[in-house]
Design a protein around this ligand. Sequence first.
Ligand code: SF4
Length: 105
Amino acid sequence: MNDDQVRAALEKLLKGGLKTESEERAETDAVRTKIVTRLQSIAAKDYAAKLTVAGFLDHPYATSEDGVLEACETCMYFEQHRQFCNLPELSLAVKPQWSCRMWRI
Ligand code: SF4
């Protein structure tokens, strides 16, 4: 599948009500490492599992403390020109307004 096809498949999963682990957020090294380890055990094309473990949402995530909106478009792993997440354990075509708990500025 090309990027557009992957993005459409992911959107279908998210709109279809896939329950993802959007919390707890990867705010500490310990949580981050735990999530990365789980992501590394997922097959590259098991998109539902990747979305679930990474805690994808089809909208930005509003943090409770400071109201910051976490979205792919403000994440250091987002490739603007390709609309792509280059976090190695994800490597997925995404949309700017999606989010996941691996978000990092
Ligand atoms: S790591 Fe960043 S760019 Fe990748 S899906 Fe999560 S929020 Fe989006």
